[in-house]
Design a protein around this ligand. Structure first.
Ligand code: NAD
Length: 291
């Protein structure tokens, strides 16, 4: 089996890497936070620079917070580009700007490396259970080479188009998720203040047209008062920005997304950066003077 480099072992990266190890892949790992995801007890080899990870791997996967971190990991003095071998495949599974994904792909091509942008949806649970939905931009040959690994980490992997197409798709995904969480948060706040039982309401709504995974999972989180991440609010705000920037670039008004992004800013101002994005409900409660 091919040697796989995995950089970024946080909430998502760690379980994805574990699934690859359990499937028999040899992993070379790195996270700038040494305490995050030490998988050496499971047989992974830890390196101290991304250059070394790349030099010792044929496939290099990154799962990092945002574009600046991906730029640092790829283009830094001891970054992936400095060590990667021609013929390797580079796969960034973080959610970042489509423009950054295209720049990375162009730089990799100059080194004889195919690059894929392959952001995911499905959250921590999807990462742990290997049920992610993977949205891919890049070429068919690289996609085919990565398909066995995608099949370990996810339940579906779709090649959507050229470099950046995966990230643009993920931005759309985040618009839908953000607006749906806001819809659930508003509905639950209204129902609570009107004296309606939320458990019963959720159960009833899950049987009808309003049914969604957000209503199911985030609705339950709101009822349980469980705002531990999950998906950090600050990361979702980052994604809404990616969407809004794309809207600006292509001159498409994104009314609902802009509103939700502002709502997120108010939640961040309350100091809830590290809370799960379902904490949008906390803000609705605060504004409505109800818990
Ligand atoms: P996280 O903050 O838990 O993990 C990111 C990891 O990257 C951390 O362990 C951090 O130490 C490491 N890191 C940061 N800079 C680094 C650097 N320069 N070199 C090496 N390591 C570095 O974030 P996460 O929740 O795992 O999310 C990762 C990406 O996946 C983000 O782009 C996020 O938007 C996306 N995503 C998250 C979820 C979710 O539910 N958490 C779902 C889908 C997509």
């Amino acid at each position: 089996m091919k040697k796989v480099g995995f950089i970024g072992l946080g909430i998502m990266g760690k379980p994805m890497a574990i699934n690859l190890i359990d499937a028999g892949y040899n992993l070379n790992i790195l996270d700038s936070n040494k305490a995050a995801g030490d998988l050496t007890p499971k047989g992974a080899t830890a390196f101290s620079t991304c250059k070394e990870v790349a030099a010792n791997s044929e496939i290099i996967i990154t799962m990092l917070p945002d574009s600046p971190e991906v730029n640092e990991v790829v283009f830094g003095d001891t970054g992936v580009l400095a060590g990667i071998k021609s013929g390797s495949v580079f796969v960034d599974m973080s959610t970042i700007a489509p423009s950054t994904a295209r720049e990375v792909a162009e730089a990799m091509l100059l080194k004889g490396v195919d690059a894929l942008d392959a952001p995911v949806s499905g959250g921590q649970v999807g990462a742990e259970t290997g049920n992610l939905s993977i949205m891919v931009g890049g070429n068919q040959a690289a996609f085919d080479a990565l398909k066995p690994l995608f099949d370990v980490m996810g339940k579906s992997a779709v090649l959507i188009g050229d470099a950046g197409a995966g990230q643009l798709t993920k931005a759309c995904n985040q618009m839908i998720v953000g607006m749906t969480i806001q819809a659930v948060a508003e509905s639950f706040t209204l129902a609570k203040k009107a004296g309606v039982n939320l458990e019963k309401m959720r159960e009833a709504l899950l049987g009808g047209f309003a049914q969604s995974r957000i209503l199911d999972l985030h609705g339950q989180r709101i009822i349980d008062r469980n705002f531990d991440p999950g998906f950090k609010l600050k990361l979702h705000r980052k994604d809404m920005n990616i969407a809004l920037m794309a809207g600006k670039e292509f001159k498409v008004p994104l009314y609902g997304s802009a509103l939700v992004a502002s709502h997120m800013d108010a939640a961040l101002a309350a100091g809830w950066d590290e809370k799960d994005h379902s904490a949008l409900a906390l803000l609705m409660e605060k504004l409505s003077n109800v818990e």
